[in-house]
Design a protein around this ligand. Structure first.
Ligand code: SAH
Ligand code: SF4
Ligand code: F3S
Length: 501
């Protein structure tokens, strides 16, 4: 589907060519991605035979919990499923039902167990259904044990390090080599391997996410991510640039660079590269109009990066800079490696370089031992920074993390009170920030037709604000100047400003 790009064609053909070259009469190759090409082709033949036998298409339903990492993984999974011949479906009674799970907080896990319970009836209705689980929750031993015991209707479990093996696992399941009743479990502990060149999809034609690194080395004391996503490993800059160039040739104008801490990108490469240097290379890709990235850890946000953000024409005016707590005492126990003062200074520096930047954050309330004074520090930073928006979380105890061992857990009713107070402040400031922008003209990348009102389209400004304005489908994927007429809490109603771009 390349529009005009030579490189795009070469890249895609590369994979297709390699797939064709695989000899299915031989045993499966040992090396990746060849091994997966082998199973993708085997599975495609099998799916095609099943479709003939059933006299209908085979459908896949994928539900994603958690963060951008999981969303991106799900796109890759969908790419494999489409390649082997499945059609995407909304139905919970599809032939392949997959939950890509998150375990960052306890309630993320509870949602998955709830869904698995409901699946028991759905599976009775469609006996061909294969149920698969993957994602961060599956990297926890006790979770897999519980599923083995209580949710026998699950067919396949795999983890965060081997999503690329889906075709192999599904082929084994469907070809019944090991007996249909057996639950296939394939979890990898840790890996340094990054498998490139597998098919993947993206939700929007004109924008997409690109992993620049995987895993996390920070071990914030409350956080389970490093245990379930493994150690930090960066992709080679050449692979990243090639992927983005391919995407641009396929119609993408906005890219989101993804990593748990993008600011430490490139440190473990053979020839180290900084994140700022990577951004400068991405900036040069012709045809690309907008660059976003997340997440930035304040401890690693360098002056070099701030300078690049200041002079870039493509980096969006938005920075997600998780605070977690405003108390220097708690930040130390959280293992965050910055103080309240460091954070505020950093915000000043960024605002000097990019005056109209929109700042967003993550904050945890009720970390073990949080006092009224600690909480007052958090409220103080929130007021002083004036976030455009903030995600607020109640601390959730995660087994295996250092904070889970801490004895001074804060009583629930105190946490709830603080949480409500913080949320009210955050929403108040957010609404004020939105109001302040009313009347300004912003460039909006139009994403879709408005779901409630078909005379409107919906898009995002560089600062990531949502805007609805009168327009039709021909605007989708274009950047248009829009006057923000009216603020409605966290979004705007706008009107298009006539001017050639
Ligand atoms: N890598 C990113 C975010 C990962 S998780 C970063 O460092 O910012 C997203 C957010 O979930 C975190 O920023 C944190 O605010 C929240 N979070 C992580 N563990 C948590 C826990 N145990 N309880 C409550 N919130 C948590
Ligand atoms: Fe978790 Fe901290 Fe890593 Fe973010 S930086 S994923 S909060 S350990
Ligand atoms: Fe959740 Fe895993 Fe992301 S635990 S927040 S999906 S990295």
């Amino acid at each position: 589907m390349a529009m005009n790009g030579k490189k795009e064609v070469i890249h895609r053909e590369g994979m297709e060519e390699k797939l064709k070259k695989i000899d299915l009469m031989l045993p499966p190759p040992e090396t990746e991605p060849d091994r997966q090409y082998y199973f993708m082709r085997k599975l495609r033949e099998q799916v095609s035979a099943m479709k003939k036998e059933l006299g209908r298409p085979l459908t896949a339903n994928i539900t994603t919990f958690g963060c951008q990492m999981n969303a991106r993984d799900s796109e890759k999974i969908l790419g494999i499923m489409r390649y082997v011949g499945y059609e995407e479906s909304d139905s919970q009674e599809a032939d392949f039902v997959l939950y890509n799970t998150c375990t960052v907080r306890e309630n993320a896990n509870l949602k998955v167990y709830g869904r698995l319970g409901q699946l028991k009836t759905a599976k009775r209705k469609n006996p061909n259904m294969v149920v698969a689980l993957c994602g961060c929750m599956m990297q926890e031993e006790e979770v897999v044990e519980k599923i083995k015991k209580s949710y026998r209707n699950v067919d396949i479990i795999f983890g965060t390090h081997n999503i690329f093996k889906l075709a192999e696992l599904l082929f084994r399941k469907l070809s019944d080599c090991e007996g249909n009743a057996k639950m296939l479990i394939d979890i990898w502990e840790g890996t340094t391997e990054i498998v490139e060149d597998l098919p993947n999809e993206r939700k929007y034609k004109f924008k997409g996410g690109v992993n620049i690194m995987f895993g996390c080395n920070n071990f914030c004391s409350y956080c389970i991510v490093p245990y379930v996503r493994g150690r930090e490993r960066s992709r080679e800059p050449e692979d990243i640039i090639a992927e983005i160039t391919d995407m641009v040739n396929d119609g993408v104008i906005e890219v989101m660079l993804l990593g748990q801490n993008v600011n430490s990108y490139g440190k473990n490469l053979k020839h180290p590269v900084t994140f700022a240097q990577l951004l400068e290379r991405v900036e040069q890709i012709e045809g690309l109009k907008r660059i976003r990235f997340m997440t930035s850890h304040p401890k690693d946000l360098s002056d070099e990066l701030i300078a690049v953000m200041g002079r870039s024409r493509k980096i969006c005016k938005q920075l997600h800079l998780p605070l977690q707590s405003g108390s220097s005492r708690l930040l130390k126990i959280m293992n965050r490696h910055y103080t309240k003062e460091d954070y505020l200074l950093l915000v000043d520096k960024i605002r000097r370089a990019v005056p109209d930047i929109s700042l967003t954050t993550d904050i945890i309330v009720g970390f073990p031992g949080e006092t009224e004074e600690d909480f007052a520090d958090t409220m103080d930073v929130v007021e002083r920074v004036g976030y455009d928006s903030a995600f607020t979380f109640i601390y959730s105890k995660r087994t295996g993390t250092p904070a889970a061992q801490m004895e001074n857990q804060v009583p629930e009713e105190i946490v709830k009170k603080r949480f409500d107070q913080l949320l009210a402040a955050v929403q108040d400031i957010s609404a004020r920030k939105t109001r302040e922008k009313t009347g300004s003209v912003q460039e909006v990348l139009v994403e879709e037709k408005n779901k409630q009102d078909s005379s409107l389209v919906t898009g995002r400004t560089s600062q990531n604000y949502v805007v609805h304005f009168p327009g039709d489908a021909s605007f989708i994927g274009k950047i248009v100047p829009v006057r923000l007429e009216e603020s409605k809490g966290f979004y705007f109603i706008g009107s298009r400003v006539e001017q050639a771009r």
